[in-house]
Design a protein. Structure first.
Length: 133
């Protein structure tokens, strides 16, 4: 099933959703530090393995973190080669003073914003959808 590439269609149908919970980014020297906990996402960097975990899992594992985030999902099946969605979303959030970390999954884009900004970010994204042509 091919993902959507039309920016106007993506914006009109992105259906943003604020997931429950608080999420953190941790940097590990190796995956064994997860002690069997499955991360929401991960990325291997030269400096270590970055993992995204529910805050309570990181606390239980005594993993350090400095950023607590809300997780939003755009429920449109965006193609990995689509052009402009990340820029449009990041720009709309930036204009409201909301920082955003974007992770592209195969089917959907996932946004992590400061936990305190979660509901406000959702409102910004819903407005972006409502105003899309």
């Amino acid at each position: 099933m091919a993902g959507e590439t039309s920016l106007s269609t993506l914006l009109r149908s992105m259906s943003p959703h604020l997931n429950e919970g608080a999420y953190v980014f941790c940097s590990l020297t190796n995956a064994a530090q997860l002690n069997g906990v499955q991360p929401l996402g991960s990325f291997q960097e030269a400096e270590g393995l970055t993992v995204i975990l529910p805050r309570q899992h990181a606390e239980h594992l005594c993993l350090p973190f400095s950023y607590v985030a809300a997780w939003l999902t755009l429920h449109v099946h965006s193609a990995l080669e689509a052009v402009g969605l990340t820029a449009a979303v990041a720009t709309a959030l930036a204009q409201e003073g909301i920082s955003c970390n974007v992770i592209a999954g195969f089917y959907h884009d996932h946004l992590f914003v400061a936990h305190a900004d979660g509901a406000r970010a959702l409102a910004v994204l819903q407005q972006l959808t409502d105003n899309a042509e």
